[in-house]
Design a protein around this ligand. Sequence first.
Ligand code: HEM
Length: 508
Amino acid sequence: MFGTIFLLLNGLLLLVLLYSSRTRNFILPLNCCVLWVLPVLDRQKNEPPLDKGFLPWLGHALEFGKDAAKFLTRMKEKHGDIFTVCVAGHYVTVLLDPNSYDSVLYDTKSLDFTRYKNQIIKRVFMGVVNLHSDAVFIWHSRRHFHGLNLSKLSSSMKTHLQTLLMDDQKGCSPSEWKQDGLFSLCYSLLFRAGYLTLFERGDDATAVYTEFRKFDGLLSKMARCTLKRGKHESRKANSSRERLWELLSTTWLRRGSEVGCWQQSYQCYLQEEGVDAEMQKRALLLQLWATQGNAGPAAFWLLGFLLTHPEAMKAVKAEIRGLAPQDSSLQQPPLNKLETHSTPVFDSVLSETLRLTAAVIITREVVQDKTLHMANGQNYHLRRGDRVCLFPFLSPQMDPQIHQEPQKFKFDRFLNDDMTEKNTFYKDGKRVKYHSMPWGAGTNVCVGKEFAIRGIKQFVFLVLTHLDLEICDPQAKVPPVNPSRYGFGMLQPDGDLQVRYRLKRTWH
Ligand code: HEM
């Protein structure tokens, strides 16, 4: 009797194990009371190495969420350029060979890029699913960040940056130093200028910025569903989101009659798509995040690196001075020279900054079984229902085989000896197609790239030409990155870099 029950239990356990496990386990009943579960023969032919982690279902979720770069570096050292990990019930194949990225980026048949994204959007922005599709991408790229529209937007951005910078200095005496965190200084100015440019409203830019920073601070936790209830984080996130919806929709309503601005045409697009009013306002917050969440942090890292690397600052300032015509009556080079003259040093500094601090994770869902062809000739089988992701931050950006001393900021890394842009890099003697991917690639490429580059350069140019700016502690270094931000575009610092600044005498 007991024997029968025991055998039945064994059978049941075997079924559960086989069902819940992705592996094909061998179960050997020994001495009628011990079960040996051997994870052998566990991979289908040609599948990437599997690392499930110790925790059932959760797998590596905690380590991944805490510091994705550290975790994936460990996995890369253990398994190589391709492996599959279990993360909160999902099997995620991580590909870290940039020469093989195209087989993921350009496969729209077996891989789907909207499903996973929509899931995150649903968590963070409470809806707006199905808006975030190829159609939105095309709408953005074709109509708004190119050609004449791009010139108009950049020109408006320039005006807003200049006005805000000067307004913020109003009431200060010429010799008076102000002290602030560099991150706050950069984020606040670029966010407000970007918001005024794209959303075309003035009086609430500071309120929107203040609320957005609260929301942005909880973003990674919202996306990973790790908001702490005890600390009222959920409540904080909800109220911040609602306040932003409110601020953005009043903006929208007041501007309702004007045609032609970015926000207005986005509204028209949504209405044509049959999106209801509630979803429209949620979509606006998503757009606010996509368009204003990265430039400020990028400008912070750029200025932070310049301030802590005097040789780089000297080279950039020399290049800026060179933009001023010799006989110019102006004491400062005009801002519009940035668009008409090449600035290879400045461009190299920006590329180097983004190499070190842009960390998008590109994720796709496998919708039908796929064979992934690697550049080295190996083929791997990807299972339907799994996810595949690329983490360009680890490779190419921080890959020591592509970039020597990858942890170091080298302002001339992207400069050739003849001062042209250096864009050829090699791995194992073979030229790499992607040597840095801050803007994503394929269907994940940033549609605001040109606008962002111009805005960041305008901002840095203005700061360097209008302000005396120095770090409070001459020995200070740029702060470390906040490791929870890997995967969400530009990284943010853990802490800030204290600076003091005042308007240059020429501008008083
Ligand atoms: C340093 C600054 C920036 C970086 C590094 C950056 C990077 C990226 C990346 C990697 C993506 C793809 C994300 C993904 O699909 O997972 C993206 C998407 C996008 N970016 Fe940027 N971006 C920056 C600034 C901007 C700016 C200033 C704008 C617009 C004014 C902008 C507009 C967008 C939009 C609209 C998308 C598409 C979002 C969507 O899929 O609907 N970005 N960006």
